[in-house]
Design a protein around this ligand. Structure first.
Ligand SMILES: *[C@@H]1O[C@H](CO)[C@@H](O)[C@H](O)[C@H]1NC(C)=O
Ligand SMILES: *[C@@H]1O[C@H](CO)[C@@H](O)[C@H](O)[C@H]1NC(C)=O
Ligand SMILES: *[C@@H]1O[C@H](CO)[C@@H](O)[C@H](O)[C@H]1NC(C)=O
Ligand SMILES: *[C@@H]1O[C@H](CO)[C@@H](O)[C@H](O)[C@H]1NC(C)=O
Ligand SMILES: *[C@@H]1O[C@H](CO)[C@@H](O)[C@H](O)[C@H]1NC(C)=O
Ligand SMILES: *[C@@H]1O[C@H](CO)[C@@H](O)[C@H](O)[C@H]1NC(C)=O
Ligand SMILES: *[C@@H]1O[C@H](CO)[C@@H](O)[C@H](O)[C@H]1NC(C)=O
Length: 862
């Protein structure tokens, strides 16, 4: 792209220039030879050698040719006085290959930027440490690996050094750095520095250091015992994402009078916030979030008179928020949520906060108590105020917030009517979450602003016919992507107005009073990924138009009055979750269900399904294969909304949200199924919950059931199963729920600690079954029937405790890492915080995504 633009430019230049050039050529020739010093031949050859070593997929170096002056090559800048190359801007060019030592010939090179390339995890070339004229060296995100060469310490003129975001850099020590006596900007983000305990003393010796970035560097300590650290001219100190698990050291309070930015988030800092830290009165950005700080917020916070962004969220701070907060007249971003802060927040806390735009207060036992006629001094863009007490009356101060884009007021105790102005009071609103309140509102009074993308009013008291809302003329231009109105009092029919709602990605109307067929027009929702109609009075057939909704991941139509499972269901090949329980389905389970290889949940329980269980279930690779692509399907969903589903994994109903991704469940219980359990079912090695109870199944339990290693719960009770319990069953080391009662099983219960640990009730109703834990002991004949291979059982058991440990680790790991980082409603801010410069935005976005996928993989691959 860049190259072709340059070529075009060149052609235009010639067309314009040539006629004049001929007539004036003599004059120009003379002028040129005087003013334009051409490129030094040694520099040119050095660059050509460099080019030969590099791979250049994008042809960014195509202008580097022998017959042209190297000072007019792309990305090369010369010092015009002496005709020597002084700057190389080779950033973001997809370059790779080898960096030639010929660079050393460029004796006047002071600026070298190789950032944003891919050097394939090779080490940083040591000869860079001999390029003594360098003042600017940028190797950011260039995929260098290994030891950072000590030779770089010889660059005594270097003012700017950035090695951040390389995949695997480390140091053995940092003593060599003391040679960087001119350094002003130093960024080693993501390099592993944990081997150097004296990093702080070394860094504080640079007389001109202005910006120091050592984030995610595996540093262990801020050395709290030091009395004083003198960073004379430091303006930015960024140390987030390290392993500091001690108190904030006192030396912070006078480390530099010029400090503007301090980032310490995402460590494990403990103890109180030292009041003296707010003596850094020039601070504009302070981030102490995501730590374990406790105690009160000191009232000296009012001394941060220049502060613009202040993050104290996700700590264990308690006590009340000091009123002096209201003095911070420059404050734009305030994060205090996810703490144990108590007491009342009122007008005084915001007295001078006229610049506030971004407020995160969610999840703290705070009482937001302002007068009903309060007009705040600020205009918020983002208000995150979930799970703090705001009600019972609807917050009328919101009406003054004309710039508001995101409003989170879930679980805030609002139990009054939504005022008429609410639905149309700002032209910027994109996200409204008022779920889990007691808001009363006639849905026909909602005039949705066309900017709204997410409307979550679940679990309130919205009432009236849904069709008046859906069919209003005013809302026809809506861009709604998420509508969750579940758990309300909506009534009537589903209407035929779905063609106006084609942006919908998630739709949940569950647990209302809808009495309706599913209209054919719902097939217009081509972007739909989840459809929840559960727990209403939906009746009739599922219309075939829904097969056009091929993006569907989740269908929940449980607890209704439907008819048969359509054969075309097999065409919804992206479906992860199919929940049709308790909906009066009749007829057979169609074989076509096996075409949906991504299914992780099949819940058809408590219907009147008859016939046999399809013998093709092993085709569902999400349940049969360890490495299926389910994760990527799931992450494709909407960033700020997570659907939830009620399942019965172990005989008890549970709500699944993010963790739905981990479930592998088949529940066909309480139907009229006959025939035998297909032996192929044992190929579903990823299945965790299997319930086939209360049917008319006959024959034997599949011999190889023991190869379904992930099974945690198996309920086959109240069927007509006969024969022995397969010995392989004792290999199911995760099994915590088992019910085989009321069948016609016989012989000895295989012995393994696991199978004997269940209550005898789980085996009763099988008159010919014997052995522990049943009171009936086995006769000699019965014993000989069942020769269980005891040895192999013991071997497997050793592994089992290991696996169980991993399971627990996973649960905490998922919530702590993946859950918090990615699915958190503040994920927008995660990006913000991990980007130390705006231009990092895109890069970091991708990176966090990748990290999560990797982490999920680690978690999932036990
Ligand atoms: C900090 O260091 C600078 C220069 O190294 C020096 O001028 C200044 O006096 C020191 N400050 C203190 C408080 O020691
Ligand atoms: C730094 O501040 C502490 C108290 O906050 C004080 O005791 C110490 O003398 C100060 N040191 C210098 C060098 O200013
Ligand atoms: C600001 O700091 C001074 C001492 O440096 C202190 O006396 C004053 O109370 C502080 N202001 C607030 C609002 O805490
Ligand atoms: C509904 O909201 C209330 C708070 O108003 C909450 O206690 C309850 O758990 C919510 N119910 C559901 C099903 O989410
Ligand atoms: C199954 O069908 C029978 C007869 O049609 C009916 O009485 C029964 O309620 C149905 N059971 C379920 C769970 O739908
Ligand atoms: C149960 O299945 C049998 C045969 O499979 C069938 O004859 C019977 O009608 C079914 N019962 C119901 C209520 O569907
Ligand atoms: C129970 O199983 C035995 C064989 O183990 C068989 O002879 C008998 O008919 C079965 N009883 C029923 C009611 O299915």
């Amino acid at each position: 792209m860049a190259a072709s633009f340059a070529t075009l430019h060149h052609v235009l230049f010639l067309v314009w220039f040539l006629p004049i050039a001929f007539s004036l050529s003599f004059f120009f020739f003379k002028a040129e030879s005087i003013s334009n010093v051409s490129c030094n031949e040694k520099d040119k050859q050095a660059l050509l050698t460099l080019k030969r070593g590099l791979t250049d997929q994008e042809h960014v170096l195509s202008s580097w040719s022998d017959h042209k002056d190297c000072c007019i090559w792309d990305r090369v800048i010369c010092d015009n006085k002496i005709g020597r190359v002084s700057e190389l801007h080779l950033n973001n060019s997809m370059l790779g290959g080898e960096i030639s030592g010929s660079l050393l010939q460029l004796e006047h090179l002071n600026y070298l930027d190789l950032s944003g390339n891919d050097f394939n995890c090779t080490p940083i070339p040591t000869f860079l440490g001999s390029m003594f004229s360098l003042t600017h060296l940028d190797l950011y995100g260039a995929n260098f690996c290994g030891l950072i060469p000590h030779q770089l310490g010889n660059l005594s003129s270097l003012r700017y050094l950035s090695l951040r975001y390389n995949s695997n850099l480390y140091v053995d020590n940092l003593r060599w750095m003391s040679g960087l006596s001119a350094v002003q900007h130093l960024n080693l983000g993501y390099a592993d520095l944990h081997r150097e305990v004296d990093w702080l003393q070394i860094m504080s010796k640079f007389p001109s250091l202005s910006e120091l970035y050592l984030y995610n560097c595996q540093l262990d300590s801020l050395n709290p015992s030091l009395g004083f650290v003198n960073f004379t001219s430091l303006r930015v100190l960024s140390l987030f994402g390290n392993h500091f698990n001690h108190e904030i050291p006192n030396w912070f309070s006078n480390l530099s009078t010029s400090l503007l930015e301090l980032y310490l988030f995402n460590n494990s800092l403990k103890g109180n916030i030292p009041p003296s830290i707010f003596n850094l009165e020039k601070l504009e950005h302070l981030d102490l979030g995501i730590n374990s700080l406790n105690g009160h917020i000191p009232s000296s916070i009012g001394n941060l008179s220049r502060i613009k962004t202040l993050f104290l969220d996700q700590n264990q701070l308690n006590g009340t928020i000091p009123k002096s907060l209201g003095l911070l007249s420059k404050l734009e971003t305030l994060y205090v949520g996810e703490n144990y802060l108590t007491g009342t927040v009122d007008e005084g806390h915001f007295r001078k906060l006229s610049k506030l735009k971004d407020l995160y207060m969610s999840e703290a036992p705070l009482f937001f108590n302002v007068k009903s006629n309060w007009v705040p001094p600020f205009q918020l863009y983002y208000a995150y105020m979930s799970s703090i007490k705001i009600g019972p009356t609807f917050p009328s101060w919101l009406q003054s917030q004309r710039s508001l884009s995101i409003l989170e007021m879930s679980m805030s105790g609002i139990s009054s009517k939504a005022p008429g102005w609410f639905w149309n009071w700002t032209s910027n609103i994109t996200y409204i979450n008022l779920s889990n309140n007691h808001i009363e509102c006639d849905v026909s009074d909602i005039f949705l602003s066309s900017t709204v993308k997410v409307l979550n009013i679940a679990n309130n008291s919205f009432y009236g016919p849904i069709s008046t809302f859906l069919c209003q003329k005013k809302t026809r231009k809506n861009k709604l992507e998420v509508l969750d109105a579940s758990n309300n009092l909506l009534s009537g029919e589903l209407s035929h107005c779905w063609k106006y709602w084609q942006s919908l990605i998630h739709l949940n109307l569950g647990s209302n009073n809808l009495v309706s067929r599913i209209p054919y027009s719902m097939g217009a929702l081509l972007n739909l990924q989840s459809l929840g109609l559960q727990n209403n009075s939906i009746y009739g057939d599922i219309p075939s138009s829904l097969k056009k909704c091929s993006n569907l991941r989740l269908i929940d139509m449980g607890d209704n009055h439907l008819s048969i499972i359509p054969l075309w269901i097999g065409e919804l090949t992206n479906l992860l979750v199919l929940r049709l329980r308790s909906s009066e389905f009749k007829g057979n389970i169609p074989q076509q269900i096996c075409q949906i290889s991504s299914l992780i949940v099949i819940d058809l329980a408590n219907n009147n399904l008859s016939g046999s269980i399809p013998n093709c279930l092993k085709n569902i690779s999400a349940m049969a294969l360890h490495d299926s692509n389910v994760i990527s399907l799931y992450l494709d969903g909407h960033a700020s909304y997570v659907e939830s589903v009620q399942l019965v994994p172990k005989g008890r109903e549970m709500e699944y949200k993010e963790n739905l991704l981990l479930v592998r469940l088949i529940d066909l219980s309480s139907n009229n199924l006959s025939g035998s359990i297909p032996t192929e079912i044992s190929d579903l090695s990823e299945l965790r919950f299997l319930n086939l109870s209360r049917n008319h199944l006959m024959g034997k339990i599949p011999e190889k059931i023991g190869s379904m290693k992930e099974l945690e719960s198996v309920d086959l009770s109240r069927n007509h199963l006969s024969g022995e319990i397969p010995p392989s069953m004792s290999n199911l080391t995760f099994l915590s729920v088992l019910d085989l009662s009321y069948n016609n099983l016989s012989g000895r219960i295989p012995s393994s600690t696991q199978l004997q640990s269940f209550d005898a009730l789980r085996y009763i109703g099988n008159p010919q079954l014997c052995g522990d834990p049943l009171p009936k002991s086995c006769t000699i004949e019965e014993q000989s029937l069942n020769k269980s291979p005891i040895g192999s059982v013991e071997d497997d058991f050793e592994n089992s405790s290991f696996y169980i440990g991993m399971g627990v680790g996973f649960a905490t790991g998922f919530w702590a890492i993946c859950g918090a980082l990615f699915f958190n409603r503040t994920w927008r801010h995660a990006y913000f915080r991990f980007a130390d410069e705006i231009k990092d935005w895109i890069y970091v976005t991708t990176m966090i995504k990748m990290n999560l996928l990797e982490k999920l993989r680690v978690c999932l691959s036990k």
